[in-house]
Design a binder for this molecule. Structure first.
Ligand SMILES: [Zn+2]
Length: 552
């Protein structure tokens, strides 16, 4: 006879509208067998009563619909971000608040590398830097040459779309005044200034250093670090929203997913980057992989990209363009190519997530997808726009009509809201930044995300951003776009699950679904919404297996 465990909790918030609250949940074979009070559990026969959560509040396991496994793997490199950040080992990295401090930290690391006997030409890779906080002063090759003129230095920007390198790295990559690649930025005199925007410009560097960002190969420590961060933040299902899915990537994913103690379910999304492979080959590859799906590893997602990053000025904006007069951004994929490739993946039956940051890119995606759906209608496709930060009410209504979902980058309101209001898009458009209210009002299925490691993984923080819309300077950015705590909790559970076409399996505590819970100290619906981000997460349950958050 199959074993049943009943967990008693102070409260269970189920996300099932027919039964929003409960005190007990029965788990059998890794799934939810019953939800309710102790009496209801008894109807299913014998069980063990487990009271370890008796003082805790259980929610469905949080679903992060847009993050990257690299959240666990970036920490082998020094962090150069503006905001303090905590690594998977609990180490706190203070924020870097001046160009001097950035150069000083790089000097220190260069010295540490030399003292450790590491080769003088081994590249120094740092990450998390964002020039937008530094006003008019832009990091260039000259700053980085002050840290070293001999050791190649690569500073990846937090948005993942840009990097700044020193002269040793420019030489090694063969980038000169004669290099004719879009995105290789130059001084007025024609010499490269060290800044490289978007994949084509960064490629000569990536080829030499073996990737310095989201696509750098994962290792075991990084996979474990990611699972630890997920558990600490209540996340039981997470995407790796761009993965090349080569043999070596599959090996590490499958090995960890098969380990019973691995604490998070992973959905890697295939990188549909035109130029490395054709869409038809890509679609065949992903379809074949889907046959290898297991509980903790699910293939079938495809990631496409249209433009770049707003704060990196590489996103494509509609009229009147950037508030500070910067030229319009970059089509990472030409819209016509996007439409053709999208159609190929769509016709193969795959679920496509498209990165669109600027409103011109979001509109181009909606235009293209609209035409593809006319040629090749498919019910319940669940195609999703990712980020969609500048989408307005009219575009959300078009998305609803096409059956598109959105996963909005709510963390931007905190991390870049002030910069968007003052520098990139100006106050009017910043008010609708990541417009959760408009999306829901238009009937567009909504998820919200961190894009970790771009910002830290933490669905409760993401929910806090969508609910309060406050910025570091203290402004409330677009009060009309705020959503309620319940709506935000839905967006980080059932909403995100729906964008992954997994809402029949996860996202609520409901009979038949996976026994995935996040374990909290308090009821998020009962606390002051301004403290939502401070709620303590004690761990998770994934398919019935308990994972305690490490004490750091
Ligand atoms: Zn991303």
């Amino acid at each position: 006879m199959t074993h049943t465990t009943v967990y008693a909790a102070r409260k269970i918030l189920t996300m099932n509208p027919r039964q929003p609250e409960a005190t007990h949940v029965a788990v059998r074979d890794g799934r939810v067998l019953a939800v309710g009070d102790l009496e209801r559990m008894k109807a299913w026969g014998a069980f063990d009563l487990d009271e370890r959560f008796a003082d805790r509040v259980l929610l469905p396991g949080f679903v992060e619909g847009h993050c990257h496994l690299k959240e666990g793997g970036m920490w082998v490199w020094p962090y150069l971000g503006w905001f303090e950040r905590r690594g998977p080992d609990g180490r706190r990295w203070p924020g870097v608040r001046s160009m001097e401090a950035a150069v000083a930290r790089l000097c220190e690391i260069d010295a540490e590398m030399s003292a450790a006997g590491r080769p003088a030409d081994e590249p120094l890779i740092a990450w998390g830097f964002d020039p937008i906080y530094f006003g008019a002063e832009r990091m260039t090759v000259e700053h980085l040459d002050r840290a070293s003129r001999t050791r190649p230095i690569v500073v990846s920007h937090s948005n993942g779309h840009l990097m700044t390198v020193n002269s040793a790295m420019l030489r090694w990559a063969g980038i000169t005044r004669d290099t004719d690649i879009v995105g290789v930025m130059k001084f007025a005199d024609g010499e490269p200034n060290g800044e490289l925007q978007e994949p084509a410009a960064m490629f000569p560097v990536q080829r030499k250093v073996g990737n310095a960002g989201l696509l750098a190969p994962m290792n075991d420590a990084g996979m474990q670090g990611f699972a630890r961060i997920a558990t600490m933040n209540g996340v039981t299902t997470a995407t790796d929203l761009v993965n090349r899915l080569r043999d070596e990537d599959l090996e590490i994913l499958e090995r960890h997913a098969a380990d019973a103690s691995y604490a998070v379910r992973i959905l890697p999304a295939f990188q549909a980057f035109h130029g490395t492979h054709g869409a038809a080959d890509g679609a065949r590859h992903v379809k074949a992989l889907a046959a290898r799906n297991s509980d903790k590893l699910r293939f079938g997602l495809v990631k496409m990209m249209l433009d770049g990053s707003i704060q990196g000025f590489s996103a494509r904006l509609r009229w009147p363009g950037y508030f500070n007069g910067a030229p319009n951004g970059i089509w990472v994929t030409d819209p016509a190519q996007y439409e053709a490739d999208f159609e190929t993946y769509h016709r193969a039956g795959l679920l496509i997530h498209t990165h669109t940051n600027g409103d011109e890119a979001s509109e181009a995606a909606v235009d293209a997808i609209g035409r593809v759906l006319e040629r090749a209608p498919r019910p319940d496709h669940r195609h999703t726009l990712q980020h969609g930060q500048m989408i307005d009410a009219a575009l959300f209504r078009r998305m609803a009509a096409l059956g598109l979902s959105v996963n909005l980058f709510a963390n931007h309101v905190w991390y870049w809201g002030d910069q968007h209001a003052e520098v990139t898009m100006g106050p009017d458009r910043a008010e609708r930044l990541d417009g959760c209210r408009s999306a829901l009002d238009a009937g567009v299925p909504l998820a919200i995300h961190s894009d970790a490691p771009v910002t830290p993984l933490g669905p409760l923080f993401t929910a806090w951003c969508a609910v309060n819309r406050v910025t570091p300077s203290g402004r409330v950015l677009g009060a009309a776009e705020r959503i309620t705590v319940s709506e935000a909790l839905r967006a980080i559970t059932l909403g995100a699950a729906a964008t992954l076409k997994l809402d029949h399996e996860i996202g609520s505590v409901e009979i038949g679904k996976r026994a995935d819970f996040s374990v909290l100290d308090d009821d998020p619906l009962a606390v002051d919404p301004m403290t939502l981000k401070d709620l303590r997460v004690r761990g998770t349950v994934l398919s019935g297996r308990v994972h305690d958050a490490p004490e750091l």
